[in-house]
Design a protein around this ligand. Structure first.
Ligand code: DGP
Length: 120
């Protein structure tokens, strides 16, 4: 699947659409999910143009992958859920109901979570 540079997260990265930013560095941007499923629900996206986890882990450089992992950790820390716990979730493709075709990780926490996140 080719990357669509008009997807909503690409527009957020370009500053064309606002977001509630939590963290940003050279590799990643983190912002609050517009439709939170938990008390803390924050998305972390790489700055590079990658469709999904599969695309990212195949094509991104080691620096981008490492930087992204560090950004996820930093975002969770800023959201105050490192000690209380949190869930990371990344939807890839149709069966996972991936809605936005720019790779992103969901950080969910801030409360006791159900055993698995049910997505409607
Ligand atoms: P996924 O199914 O993993 O692709 O989830 C996409 C998430 O992105 C979903 O939880 C809602 C969120 N989302 C969609 N559009 C926007 C937006 O414009 N701003 C923000 N902050 N979040 C969005």
């Amino acid at each position: 699947m080719a990357y669509d540079s008009n997807n909503i997260f690409a527009k957020i990265l370009r500053g064309e659409i606002p977001c509630n930013k939590v963290y940003e560095d050279e590799f990643a941007l983190a912002f609050r999910d517009i439709n939170p499923q938990a008390a803390v629900h924050t998305l972390v996206i790489p700055k590079g143009a990658y469709v999904s986890f599969d695309d990212f882990s195949t094509k991104a450089t080691d620096a981008e992958i490492g930087g992204f992992a560090r950004a996820v950790q930093a975002t969770a820390a800023l959201e105050g859920v490192t000690d209380s716990g949190y869930r990371l979730l990344a939807n890839h493709g149709k069966d996972a109901n991936q809605e936005v075709p720019h790779f992103h990780v969901h950080i969910a926490g801030g409360e006791a979570l159900p055993e698995m996140i049910a997505k409607t």
